[in-house]
Design a protein around this ligand. Structure first.
Ligand code: C5P
Ligand code: C5P
Ligand code: C5P
Ligand code: ZN
Length: 486
C-alpha cells in the first residue's frame, strides 16, 4: 500500500522513523506524563505491537540528562521518544554518537539548537537540530502548539508502521484526545494537520465532530453542576452559584430529572438541549455578558463514538482530563491501560484519581485567587510553594489567566517547590503570541541564566531552576518578554 499518510509534509520523516523501528528486535518507548504524552505512548505502543515489534513503555516527568542516562543504561538498542526528545537532542545526540542507542523521536516541542549538539549525530534544519529519524511538525513549518501534538506525531508514525492487516486509523481518536489535552484547539476547533486527523477518525468510525455547548462535563456532570462549574464563560446568577444554576434549570419548564436525580447533558434530547442552550444565551445577554464571550458558549466537540454514552471516555476533553489525573499523579500505568482499551479496574482507579485531580485544580485556583499574583513589568507571577503539585501548577496557571485579578494581557509565571529545586510553569494567550511572545525561549534563556533549564511552546512552557533563584528568574524573564514585545 503506498500512501502519503495523513500529513503529507511529514510522510518522508514518518517512513524513516518506521523503517528504523521495523529493524529493531525490541523497542524502549519513553513518553511524557500528561494527556498528550499518554495518548502518544498508547498510539505508538499499539502500532508497534500490531507490527509485531516488542515494546516496553516508560514515562518521565521531564526528560533531563539524568533520565536519558538511565534510558541509555537499559539494554535496548532502539529507543523511541514520544511527546519529548526534540528539545533534548543536545543530550540525546551525545548518546547516539557514543553508540549507546539508536533513537527515533516523534515530538512537537521546539528542537534544541544544532550548536549545542554532537556534530556527528545531528544536522541543521533551519536552525533546529535534526537527525535521520525525527518526526516533528516544526521541522516542516507546521505549528507544534496548534497544528499537531505529540499524539498527532505518534499517529503519523503509527500510520507509517501499518501493514496489510490494519491501517491504524482507529488510533486517530486517541490522537484527537492528545491534541485537545494539549489545548491545541484554536477558537474551540482543531485546525491544520489536526483537522486531517479528525477526518481520518470520522472515516474510521471512531470519531464524530459536532457543534454543541462547549462546557466541560457534558457527559458526566449532573446539569446543575455542569452550569455551576462552567466558569470559562461566567454567567452571573448561574456560574459559581449552585442555587442559581438549579433555579435556572427548574424555571425552564422541562422535566430534567430521572428517578429524582438530575440528568446530564448527554442524556437530553435535541429539543431539550436546544431549550437549555437558548435559555443560557438569553440569560447571558440579559446579564450583560459580552457577545464575543457568549459566542464561545458553543463550539466544536469531538465525540469518541466507540465509547459508552455518559462516560468520560466519550468526550475528548473529559477523556484528556481523566488521563492527566493519572499521569500527573505517578499513575501513568493506569491511564495507559485505559487508552489501550482495558476497562473495569483501571477505569475505576482512573475515576478515583480524577475526583482527586478535580479537587486539586479547584483548590489550586482558589489559592491563586486568594493570594493574588504579583505584577513585575511585562509579567505577573505567583509562588505556590508546596501548596500546588508541580505537575499541575501549569494547568492552574492557565486556568487562572483571565480570571478576576489576573491580567489576561500579560504572560503568567508560576513557581512550585520540588525536593530541592523550583519548578516553573508559564502560560500566555493567542494575542500575546501574535505580538511576539515566545515562552519557550523565555523559559530556556531565563532558566539558563540562573543555572537551570527549560523549554516548551510559544504559548506554554516550563523550566526547572535552583531553589532561591526565583527573583533573579523573574527579572530575566521580564527583560526577555519586554524585548519580545518591543
Ligand atoms: O508538554 P506539553 O506540550 O504536552 O504540554 C502542553 C501544555 O501546554 C498543556 O498542559 C496545555 O495546558 C498547555 N497549552 C496551553 N495553551 C495552548 C497550548 C498548550 O495552555 N494553546
Ligand atoms: O486537566 P486538563 O488540562 O486536561 O484540563 C483542561 C481544561 O478542562 C482545564 O483548563 C479546565 O478549563 C477544564 N477543567 C474543568 N474542570 C475540571 C477539570 C478541567 O473545567 N475539573
Ligand atoms: O509543566 P508545564 O505544564 O508548565 O509545561 C508546559 C510545557 O513546557 C510542556 O510542553 C512541557 O513539556 C514544557 N517543559 C519543558 N521543560 C521543562 C518544563 C516544561 O520543555 N523543564
Ligand atoms: Zn504534548
Amino acid at each position: 500500500m503506498t500512501t502519503t499518510g495523513p500529513v503529507p509534509a511529514l510522510a518522508d520523516r514518518a517512513a524513516a522513523c518506521a523503517d528504523r523501528l521495523r529493524a529493531a528486535d525490541r523497542v524502549l518507548l519513553a513518553s511524557h506524563i500528561d494527556a498528550d504524552g499518554l495518548t502518544s505512548a498508547a498510539i505508538a505502543t499499539a502500532a508497534l505491537s500490531r507490527a509485531g515489534i516488542p515494546v516496553e513503555t516508560v514515562f518521565k516527568k521531564q526528560l533531563d540528562a539524568a533520565e536519558i542516562e538511565s534510558i541509555a543504561a537499559r539494554e535496548y538498542d532502539t529507543v523511541l521518544f514520544t511527546d519529548f526528545g526534540s528539545g533534548q537532542l543536545d543530550v540525546i545526540s551525545e548518546h547516539i554518537a557514543a553508540g549507546d542507542f539508536e533513537a527515533v523521536i516523534a515530538d512537537h516541542h521546539q528542537p534544541a539548537s544544532p550548536d549545542d549538539c554532537h556534530p556527528d549525530a545531528v544536522v541543521d534544519t533551519d536552525g533546529y537540530a535534526d537527525f535521520d529519524a525525527h518526526l516533528n511538525p516544526l521541522l516542516e513549518g507546521l505549528n507544534g502548539a496548534s497544528e499537531l501534538s505529540g499524539a498527532g506525531a505518534a499517529y503519523v508514525l503509527a500510520r507509517a508502521l501499518a501493514d496489510g492487516d490494519t491501517d491504524n486509523r482507529d488510533l486517530a481518536a486517541l490522537a484527537v484526545v492528545g491534541a485537545v489535552g494539549d489545548m491545541q484547539a484554536v477558537g474551540g476547533e482543531l485546525v491544520g494537520a489536526n483537522a486531517g486527523l479528525v477526518e481520518e477518525g470520522i472515516d474510521a468510525d471512531v470519531l464524530e465532530e459536532g457543534t454543541d455547548l462547549s462546557l466541560y462535563g457534558k457527559q458526566t456532570r449532573p446539569l446543575p453542576k455542569l452550569l455551576e462549574y462552567a466558569t470559562e464563560v461566567p454567567i452571573p446568577g448561574i456560574s459559581n452559584d449552585q442555587a442559581g444554576a438549579t433555579r435556572f434549570l427548574e424555571d425552564l419548564g422541562l422535566d430534567l430529572k430521572a428517578d429524582g436525580d438530575w440528568r446530564t447533558w448527554a442524556d437530553l434530547s435535541d429539543d431539550e438541549r436546544q431549550t437549555v442552550a437558548s435559555g443560557l444565551v438569553q440569560r447571558a445577554v440579559e446579564r450583560g455578558v459580552p457577545a464575543d464571550k457568549i459566542e464561545t458558549l458553543v463550539g466544536t466537540t469531538y465525540t469518541l463514538t466507540a465509547e459508552p454514552r455518559g462516560t468520560e471516555l466519550r468526550d475528548a476533553s473529559e477523556f484528556s482530563t481523566l488521563l492527566n489525573a493519572t499521569a500527573r499523579y505517578e499513575r501513568a500505568d493506569v491511564g495507559l491501560a485505559v487508552c489501550l482499551g482495558e476497562r473495569d479496574a483501571p477505569l475505576e482507579r482512573a475515576r478515583t484519581l480524577l475526583s482527586n485531580h478535580r479537587r486539586n485544580l479547584s483548590e489550586g485556583l482558589s489559592l491563586v485567587q486568594e493570594r493574588g499574583v504579583t505584577q513585575a513589568g511585562s509579567v505577573q507571577w505567583f509562588d505556590a510553594g508546596d501548596a500546588i503539585r508541580e505537575t499541575i501548577v501549569g494547568i492552574v496557571a492557565g486556568m487562572a489567566l483571565g480570571t478576576d485579578g489576573v491580567d489576561s494581557d500579560k504572560p503568567i509565571i508560576a513557581f512550585a517547590s520540588t525536593d530541592d529545586e523550583t519548578k516553573v510553569s508559564s502560560r500566555a494567550t493567542g494575542p500575546l503570541v501574535g505580538r511576539g511572545v515566545d515562552l519557550s525561549v523565555v523559559m530556556r534563556e531565563a532558566a539558563q541564566s540562573v543555572g537551570g533549564d527549560g523549554g516548551g511552546h510559544d504559548i506554554a512552557a516550563g523550566a526547572t531552576i535552583p531553589a532561591g533563584e526565583e527573583s533573579a528568574f523573574i527579572e530575566a524573564a521580564d527583560e526577555i518578554i519586554s524585548e519580545q514585545l518591543s
